[in-house]
Design a protein around this ligand. Structure first.
Ligand SMILES: *Cc1c(COP(=O)(O)O)cnc(C)c1O
Length: 366
C-alpha cells in the first residue's frame, strides 16, 4: 500500500518537474574523513590562533536576530580598498562565485541564446547554463599546452553568437592563463558579454580588472574561496555600473548572510595573513611541480593556480588514483572528463608535509 502511494507520488513529480531537470545528474563529493585532501583547490592553512581568538571575541557583537545588510555596505568598501577596485566600476557580491554565474545566467537567458567557453573548463559554466535552459558551446583548447585555440574560438563566436562567453584565467582544471591579447580579441569579436573568471588571481597576479573601462562588454568575477575562505562563500563581480545594476536586479536581497559579511570583512582587515599563505602555496607549487616532473613517464603542465595538472603513463590514471587513495591521499582524477585530459590527474598544493606525503605516495604509485 505504502509503496503504491510512493509510486503515485513519483509519477506526479515526474509529471511536474521540468524534463531537462529530471535528466540532470548532481556531482558528488567523495568522503574525505582522515584523508589528505588535495582534490578541491582549497587553501590548506587555517587561521593563526590570535586571529581566531579576536574573530570570536568580535563576533559576540553580531546580531543574528536582524536581517543582514542587503547591500553588504561595509564589506564592499573593504573589498574595494583591499583589491584596488576602480572607483568608477560597480561591485556585486554572490554566495560564492557559483551564485554569480547563476545570477548572470538568469539575467541573460532566453530562447536560442547560447553560452560559450573554452573547454575543459570549470564545470559550473556548463551546468548552470543548462539549469537556465541555454545551450552550451565548448571549444576545445589546444591539446599540447591548453592555450586558447583562437581561430576556433573566433569561428565559434561568429557561428553561435554567444550571449555570454566565460574565460577562466587561470583556467581550472588546466592551471594556465590566457593572454590579455587573446581576451581582448574575443571581447572585440563578440556582441555578447564576456565574463573573465579570476578565481585564482591571487596565485597568478594577472588580472583584467584594470581593463574594465576599456570594454563595454567585460565583467571580471573573483572569489575568496581559493585564497582561504571557501567555507564562507563569497564571490564578487566587477564591471560597468550599467551591467552590474541590471544583473543585480536578480540577486536575492539577503544572499550574503550576516556571518559571512562580518567574517569576510574581518579577514580582509588581516589580508597580509592570507597573502603570506598564498605566497607559501606559490613557493610550494614550484617544489611539487619539480618533484612530479622527476618521475619517469609523468608530464607536468605549468600552473599559475594553486593546483597542478599532470599526466601519467597511458591508461594508468585510474590505477594511480586508486593507489593514492589507498595511501590516504585524495586528488582529482580527470582522465575520463575530456579527451584532452586523458590520463590526467589534478593535485592541489597542500602544506609542505602533505606535499611530501603526496610525492612519496605518487613515486610508489606511477
Ligand atoms: C572554484 C571556482 C569557482 C567557484 O568559486 P566559489 O566562489 O567557491 O563558488 C569559479 N570558477 C572557477 C574557475 C573555479 O575554479
Amino acid at each position: 500500500m505504502a509503496a503504491m502511494i510512493v509510486d503515485k507520488r513519483d509519477e506526479k513529480i515526474i509529471h511536474l518537474i521540468r524534463p531537462d531537470v529530471q535528466k540532470m545528474q548532481t556531482s558528488h563529493v567523495p568522503p574525505s574523513r582522515g584523508m589528505i585532501k588535495l582534490d578541491a583547490r582549497e587553501n590548506p592553512y587555517t587561521w593563526p590562533a590570535y586571529l581566531r581568538g579576536e574573530w570570536l571575541e568580535e563576533m559576540q557583537a553580531v546580531s543574528l536576530n536582524r536581517y543582514p545588510d542587503p547591500e553588504s555596505t561595509d564589506l564592499k568598501a573593504r573589498l574595494r580598498q583591499v583589491f584596488d577596485i576602480p572607483h568608477n566600476m560597480e561591485l556585486m557580491l554572490g554566495n560564492g562565485s557559483d551564485e554569480l554565474i547563476q545570477i548572470i545566467s538568469l539575467a541573460m537567458r532566453g530562447a536560442g541564446r547560447k553560452v560559450l567557453a573554452a573547454v575543459p573548463a570549470f564545470s559550473r559554466f556548463q551546468m548552470i547554463s543548462a539549469y537556465a535552459g541555454m545551450e552550451f558551446v565548448g571549444v576545445p583548447l589546444n591539446e599540447e599546452d591548453f592555450s586558447l585555440n583562437m581561430p576556433a574560438m573566433l569561428a565559434a563566436v561568429k557561428q553561435h553568437q554567444p550571449i555570454v562567453t566565460y574565460l577562466a584565467s587561470p583556467n581550472n582544471p588546466t592551471g594556465n592563463i590566457y593572454t590579455r591579447d587573446e581576451i581582448a580579441q574575443l571581447l572585440g569579436a563578440t556582441h555578447g558579454l564576456v565574463v573573465v573568471d579570476e578565481s585564482y588571481f591571487g596565485f597568478s597576479g594577472e588580472s583584467m580588472m584594470s581593463q574594465l573601462a576599456c570594454y563595454d562588454n567585460l565583467l571580471v568575477m573573483r572569489s575568496l574561496s581559493k585564497m582561504g575562505l571557501a567555507g564562507l562563500r563569497l564571490g564578487y563581480l566587477m564591471g560597468n555600473p550599467r551591467w552590474i545594476n541590471q544583473i543585480n536586479n536578480l540577486r536575492l536581497p539577503f544572499n550574503i548572510n550576516t556571518l559571512t559579511q562580518f567574517t569576510a570583512e574581518f579577514a580582509l582587515n588581516y589580508f597580509d595573513v592570507f597573502e603570506e599563505q598564498i605566497e607559501q602555496v606559490r613557493r610550494d607549487r614550484v617544489w611539487v611541480a619539480e618533484n612530479i616532473s622527476r618521475l619517469k613517464g609523468v608530464e607536468v603542465f605549468p600552473s599559475e593556480a594553486n593546483f597542478i595538472l599532470f599526466r601519467v603513463a597511458k591508461g594508468r590514471a585510474n590505477a594511480v588514483d586508486a593507489a593514492l587513495r589507498q595511501k590516504g591521499i585524495l586528488l582529482r582524477n580527470l582522465s575520463d572528463e575530456s579527451p584532452l585530459l586523458r590520463d590526467c590527474l589534478r593535485v592541489t598544493v597542500g602544506k609542505p608535509s602533505e606535499n611530501v606525503a603526496f610525492i612519496s605516495a605518487l613515486t610508489s604509485s606511477v
